[in-house]
Design a protein. Structure first.
Length: 129
């Protein structure tokens, strides 16, 4: 069901890059004050960067497996929260005040064309951006 593809058999270059990213993440975590999890992330990053064939592969697979499961669970929850918490009340408010942004309620006239006010000054067309 997920639209993301996890590379379960990465090369050594990708595992080293993962280890360096993990090491950078540990620096950011330490700067933000996470004193307990930053050393663990640094240790896993150093281990992944120095031993990409053995320990790094297992750390990469474990990390990607946990991230895939968390992402598969949280994505629908987050999208549903945004949809039902933001867009549905906004649509109800717009319906209550009678706003028709898409002009779906068309007047009973001969044509549905809407008149446009075109500028008379030709310099308007010089720079349209």
């Amino acid at each position: 069901m997920a639209l993301i593809h996890v590379d379960w058999n990465p090369g050594t270059k990708k595992i080293r890059e993962f280890g360096l990213i993990l090491l950078g993440l540990s620096v950011v975590m330490a700067a933000l004050g996470h004193r307990t999890s930053a050393p663990a992330a640094a240790f896993l990053g150093i281990l992944s960067a120095t031993l990409p064939g053995s320990a790094g592969l297992w750390i990469y697979k474990a990390w990607m497996g946990v991230a895939f499961v968390i992402g598969s669970i949280l994505s629908p929850i987050l999208l549903a929260t945004i949809y039902f918490g933001l867009f549905t009340p906004l649509a109800l408010i717009m319906k209550l005040i009678g706003r028709d942004a898409l002009r779906l309620k068309r007047p009973a006239t001969d044509t549905y064309w809407t008149p446009m006010n075109m500028p008379d000054d030709k310099s308007y067309y010089e720079r349209l951006f």
